[in-house]
Write a protein that binds this ligand. Structure first.
Ligand SMILES: NC(=O)c1ccc[n+]([C@@H]2O[C@H](COP(=O)([O-])OP(=O)(O)OC[C@H]3O[C@@H](n4cnc5c(N)ncnc54)[C@H](O)[C@@H]3O)[C@@H](O)[C@H]2O)c1
Length: 324
């Protein structure tokens, strides 16, 4: 029997996932939900037999999917997850979980109560680079890390609005915060400074900061800084460099760079991390073995706690303890 997936959202990323899913053995993209019937009709083209809906409840009740992919902007989370969880349907949700902590906290409560299998779209964890870095770090003493997401401003309307995306640190740089947690462990405290420098004058309706930097104290005793900008004319780089007593281990989106003993070694990613992420999730739902899921809703909530604390610190000008 085919394994049926319901896609919620008809934008860029729901299609990236749908293309991967429709090429997987025994997996069927059964439906798309859009904010209008027209957008949903457009989205289903190219996916054999997929049905179009403009309402999440209708799709869930008519299609009865085995799992759901939630690929909507940060501001749109809440009611969608509530409907999915109420029906006991496992879901993969794109990061970030929301624009603040209130909605994700409520969803997490419901997810735990239902004992649902969930996955969050922190795909960096599934890269060959991150997997190899974790292996190498086993034998090294971590001192500190420098994370960065230096790029341009995404064109989608919601991204440039604070209430739409939560801002760059919550929306995009969250990948580096999550990687930091994955490889260096949990954080105790964050202090951040964010500012508006150029983008408010260049584009209309920009309310997100366009530069920012955060300093983190980790529970292990290591320290980290994570910085970001979205004011560049084009994307520069994103990554996390980890400093140990043996050298530097740098994770970038497409490779790992290890600088040790006077030598630089590059390991390029060979496997598509989004494929690995979906394979782990589908396997978990099919078999009940969720050990391959590297970021669950519960785990992703901890990343959200840090990025939201950074925002609070930037607003108040004082360090913020995590989880308080
Ligand atoms: N993991 C990654 O590498 C990665 C990459 C890109 C995007 N993303 C994430 O995916 C999410 C979506 O990004 P995108 O680039 O596809 O955005 P997009 O603007 O292209 O698409 C968002 C879609 O959500 C739909 N939508 C909005 N509110 C909805 C609602 N209430 N019900 C149903 N649909 C609704 C919109 O109509 C649109 O089709 C974002 O959170 C983004 O951060 C993750």
């Amino acid at each position: 029997m085919a394994f049926n997936i319901g896609m919620i959202g008809t934008g860029w990323f729901s299609r990236v996932h749908a293309d991967i899913l429709s090429n997987m053995d025994g997996v069927n993209v059964a439906a798309f939900v859009g904010t209008s019937q027209e957008k949903a009709e457009q989205a289903v083209r190219g996916y054999d037999g997929a049905k179009a809906y403009s309402n999440v409840e209708q799709m869930l009740d008519a299609t009865k999917p085995d799992a759901v992919y939630i690929c909507v902007p940060p501001f749109a989370h809440g009611e969608i997850e509530a409907q999915v969880v109420e029906r006991g349907i496992p879901f993969l949700v794109e990061k970030p979980l929301g624009t603040n902590l209130d909605t994700p906290r409520q969803i997490l409560h419901e997810v735990k109560k239902a004992g649902l299998i969930t996955s969050a779209g922190y795909h960096f964890r599934y890269t060959d680079a991150a997997i190899k870095a974790a292996e190498l770090l086993e034998g090294r003493k971590i001192g500190m890390a420098l994370g960065y997401w230096m790029g341009d401003m995404p064109q989608v309307y919601w991204w440039r609005q604070q209430e739409g995306s939560g801002g760059q640190f919550i929306e995009q740089t969250t990948h580096m915060v999550d990687l930091l947690r994955c490889l260096l462990g949990e954080a105790d405290e964050v202090y951040a400074a964010f500012a508006h420098r150029a983008m408010k004058d260049i584009h209309e309706g920009v309310t997100v900061h366009d530069v920012g930097t955060a300093t983190l104290k980790l529970k292990s005793g290591a320290v980290a800084t994570i910085s970001n900008t979205c004011m560049l004319p084009e994307s520069d780089r994103a990554g996390l460099d980890i400093y140990t007593e043996q050298g530097v281990i740098g994770i970038q989106s497409d490779k790992l760079i290890v600088k040790e003993k006077g030598r630089t070694t590059e390991y390029r990613n060979a496997v598509n991390p989004y494929l690995r992420e979906s394979e782990a999730f589908i396997h978990a739902v099919r078999t009940g073995d969720a050990s391959g899921i590297l970021s669950s809703y519960e785990d992703a909530f901890k990343t959200m706690e840090i990025t939201f604390a950074a925002m609070q610190s930037a607003e108040t000008g004082v360090p913020v303890k995590i989880g308080e």
